[in-house]
Each structure stands twice: as C-alpha cells, then as structure tokens.
Design a protein around this ligand. Sequence first.
Ligand code: SF4
Length: 401
Amino acid sequence: MSTTLASCNAKGAIGYDTTLVPLADGGIVREASSDELIPAPPGTLEYVLPGRHPLTTIGPIAGRNVLAVALPAGYTRLLLPAYATDRAAPALPLFGYTFACAIDDRLHVAAARTDECEDWEPRGFAAGELEALIVRRRSAQPHNRVLRQVALCSLEYACFTAQNVFLERGEAALPVSPKCNARCIGCISEQEGDGPPSPQTRIADEATARELADVAIYHLHRAFDGIVSFGQGCEGEPLLRSISIARAIEMVRAQCSNGTVNLNTNGSLPSALARCIDAGLDAVRISLNSFRAHVYDAYYRPAGYELADVLESVRLAAARGIRVSLNLLTHPGVTDDEQELLAMEAFLRESPVSMVQTRSLNIDPAVYFEAVGRPRRPIGMRRAIERIRALSPVGNFTHTH
Ligand code: SF4
C-alpha cells in the first residue's frame, strides 16, 4: 500500500500527487502506517488549512495547502496532519483536524471506528421539516426557555441532542448552566481574547427546574428508552446548578420511571454530583483530557478545583452504582504518550468505569502542543486505544447499558 499526497491549491481545490509521500503528526512527525488508515467514511468533512504547507518525505511543499478532515461521530482520530506554517497564517478554528491522504486514487483518513449508533449517523432534513417539528413542539410549551435554546442549537449548530428533543427520540439535550468553573483553551461555548470564535454561543438563561423537568418528562413519555442529558456544548458547568438539577430530576422521577437521566460534566464538584445522585441521577459522563495534573491544568485552567476532585467524582459515582463514562478528549501525541497511558491505566485499574469515550479534541494542534507540550514517547493512538480497551469498554456515545 503506497500513500500519496492529498492537498489543496490556493483556491482550495483538492488534488492527489502520486509522486509525493505525505508525512503525518503523531506527536512526532512520521509516515502513517497501513493499519492507521481507512477510506474516508460518509459524513467526513474536508478542510483546507490556510498558510500551512504539507510535509512530505522530501520536505514541505510550499505551493500547496494542507488538506485535513473532521471525522463523523463514532470515529476516533489517530493522526494529525503535518505541515510547515507561514508566519502570517491565521489561527485555526476549533475542529478535530485529522490526517488525510490518497490510496489508489481514493481519500483515506487516519481514524478508527470506536462506536456505532443509528442515532448518530449523519442526518439530513427535507426543506422546512425540522422547522415544522420545532414549531409544533414549542406550541405545547411556548414560554419554555429550554425549548427556545435547543431550537436555536438545532437550527444554528445542527446539534444532534438538541434536534432529538424535536424528533422525540434518543438522547435529548437539557442545557442548564451559563457559568463555568474552568476556562478550557478549546471551549466550544466561550472563547477568550483574540483566538478563533467559539462555534457556539454560551447560553445566557438559567432555566428553572420546572422548565427542565417539563422538557425531560415530555421526551421520556415519547422515547421509552430515551436519555435526557444535562450538560451540553452550548453551556458552562452544570454542577454549578446542582440544586436545580436535583429538583428537576425529582420532578421527572415523580412522573416517569423509564429512560435514563444523564449528566455531562467536568466532574469538578463531588458533593454537588452526590446531590444529583441522591435525587435519582442514573448516569454521568465526566470529561477530561488527561490523568496528569499538569496536562489537565494546562488545558482546563480550573478555578477552585483540581484534577483530584474530578477523579474523586468518578470514584464516588462508581461507588454509588450509577453508570459512569469518561469523555476522554483525545489528541495524538498526548493521549498516547507512555506517561499518560501509565497514569490512565493506574486509575482505571483502581476505579473501573462503564465506558471510556475516545472523542477527538477539537482544537488547533499547534495551540494545544504549545499549552501541554509535545510528547517524548508517543506509542500511537491505535495501540493506546487497545490499552484502554484492556481495562474498559471503549465507545463514542452515551449508552444506557
Ligand atoms: S468545562 Fe466545558 S464549558 Fe467549561 S470551559 Fe471547559 S469546555 Fe467550556
């Protein structure tokens, strides 16, 4: 199998050059191996990276721009594109840039399929179809601010969990908190300074427990095995509103015993999480980028908590018997660093979880490496996923069992 360069001209048109062998970035720059490459799956998005020139085995190709891709849900990125950057190159927006090349005249990407779920397959709507569903649903509770927010998220951000509120199936979004106690470099709802804009706008309202419960009850009455999830991309940290979440959960469970009440969180406040579990929380997904405090702090920039609190939340939730998933924000060169894997394995042996979701972190790789440092001994994401799998089920979505 011989890989050939796939790149873009100044206008962004993609071209393959069979005389050039591309290099990829796994924390160290190298050729991709055959077991790291798959044909580009449906739903793959192609990006030209301005002011960035692909690295090949004969050096950077100045006259070409890098072609990178973003993977559809259900896939984990294994390698980054490798490139030389012009001094005046603009910062890159928050996407999961993945290495791509051509094999036998077909686009291939450095990815592994880590989960399958019909509800997360790429979706499309007929003209006006989604809008009509939104109008019909909102007419049932016209003043509900949660519905107003997820309507915006459905149309503006094509958020699947927001759309599910109107499709009345699967996992439905319950955004709850405008504030956060972290300042993640790659926060998708709020960006500081002159960096790239956040892909979503942080919510402004604090919906009441009643508003949240009404949306959840309506959903679970129609999606028997449905999931309702506090903690979405458009908000801050939900545990900062644990009292309202606990009240909402009690209201939900007073009216329906089916489905799953889930919380997506940064896990910063174990006692607030305990309050939600006391109220009837069924599942929690705790996000982190690393099991090493210095790497965690460099990305999350936590205010008033630390990684030890996050890990304590994992232990607490597991000990309370609810379903615990980790939302591991993966990045080649960091997640597969030998020191990172040793720290992760030590924790997972001591505190097994129901699933590790290996999501690709959406960030400019140069910004991330500058913050957390380049690795010394990356072993490759494929092997890293295998080492995780030896200690925990691996996936990409929140499952109910
Ligand atoms: S924890 Fe979430 S909301 Fe808070 S800064 Fe990080 S990504 Fe943003």
